[in-house]
Design a protein around this ligand. Structure first.
Ligand SMILES: [Zn+2]
Length: 220
């Protein structure tokens, strides 16, 4: 896995990052010690109206039906100074208790985190996805949502993102079935994630021309 703070590769079993010293305890300090119960769609920033949240929830439900052992979760919020999307995604998948995922382990979760203030979004996933997803895939998914998010259409962006994620997972699952039967444990790592900018959320800012897709790179 990659350390959520310094983004260096670290051993999945490491208690803390040998390079920067980061551990789950540091994430707890930022986001809270106790297990947090929350719905899998937690629009804390109030980005979406009821109808828009329903549209996103429907896409999340469809994802669960297509991949019964997995779930998709969406969190929007405003990060404080010094807080990072990567660390929040890491913390959510370690500490959050999602009320509506029917007892699935967070290791089977894909978490989309949107920071409204800094206009950034990132995707984290649990180690069960490790065989099927990499940072290139999650980056592609974020790019798919980007044009919608530029126009403030957060719901449409998330729906498009989930739809592409399903397509990628279907392809990867088929490849895995055709490919070698190496045991999953051999290649398990705790978590990976990638981050991209969501860009300005208003059309006015786009027409200013300061929102090129180059900004999607973000932290990778
Ligand atoms: Zn580190």
């Amino acid at each position: 896995m990659k350390c959520p703070r310094c983004v260096q590769k670290i051993h999945r079993g490491a208690e803390s990052c040998p390079r920067c010293g980061f551990s789950l305890a540091h994430a707890d300090e930022q986001f809270g010690m106790v297990k947090k119960e929350m719905p899998s769609l937690a629009d804390r920033a109030g980005l979406m109206r009821l109808g828009e949240r329903r549209r996103v929830q429907a896409a999340m439900d469809r994802f669960s039906e297509s991949f019964p052992g997995l779930f998709f979760t969406v969190y929007t919020g405003t990060l404080r100074k010094g807080e990072s999307l990567r660390i929040l995604g890491f913390w959510l998948l370690n500490r959050a208790v999602f009320e509506d995922v029917h007892g699935l382990s967070n290791d089977a979760g894909i978490a989309l985190v949107i920071d409204v203030e800094r206009k950034m979004a990132g995707i984290s996933f649990g180690y069960q996805l490790d065989l099927y997803l990499d940072e290139e895939d999650t980056f592609q998914c974020l790019c798919k949502a980007y044009p919608y998010w530029l126009e403030g259409k957060y719901d449409f962006g998330i729906v498009a993102l989930i739809s592409l994620m399903e397509k990628i997972l279907r392809r990867k699952c088929a490849q895995a079935q055709r490919g070698s039967r190496k045991s999953a444990q051999e290649r398990m790592t705790l978590q990976r994630q990638s981050v991209a900018r969501t860009g300005p959320s208003s059309i006015e800012q786009i027409s200013d021309g300061d929102a090129s897709t180059e900004e999607e790179e973000g932290i990778r």
